[in-house]
Design a protein around this ligand. Structure first.
Ligand code: HEC
Length: 103
């Protein structure tokens, strides 16, 4: 009986929770924007290292989802790594799909 009640309580909550992480653009702006918007440190560093046309992640067409996920989980140069507490796997999939123009 307890289990049935718990299931009934959870049912209305689950669809909302499952949909939340799928908006890759909103998540990207929220988690990555501070460094990767036009005036951010990540944009500046990438422009220095790879050239102005590669600086803004949102304008790139050569980023693969697997590479983005790896960079976020391990960090790169002065970009810190993000744990699953910082960005969940589902959120990261959505962010990577957005940046790789696959959503
Ligand atoms: C605290 C600032 C900061 C945050 C927050 C940040 N980054 Fe970065 N990111 C950087 C910097 C700085 C670099 C460039 C490192 C270098 O010099 O190579 C970078 C590089 C990258 C690269 C490598 C691009 C390439 O061409 O090799 C990817 C991909 C990336 N970031 C994705 C993300 C994503 C996705 C997020 C959000 C989950 C994020 N970053 C959040 C600072 C940040």
């Amino acid at each position: 009986m307890r289990r049935v009640l718990l299931a009934l309580v959870l049912i209305p909550v689950l669809p909302a929770a499952a949909q939340a992480p799928t908006d890759g653009k909103a998540l990207y702006l929220q988690r990555c924007g501070i460094c990767h918007q036009a005036d951010g440190g990540g944009t500046w560093m990438l422009g220095r290292r790879l050239g102005a046309d590669q600086a803004l992640l949102e304008s790139r067409t050569n980023l693969q989802p697997a590479y983005i996920r790896q960079v976020v989980r391990t960090g790169i140069a002065s970009m810190p790594r993000f744990t699953r507490v910082d960005v969940s796997d589902a959120e990261l999939v959505a962010i990577a799909a957005y940046l790789a123009k696959q959503e």
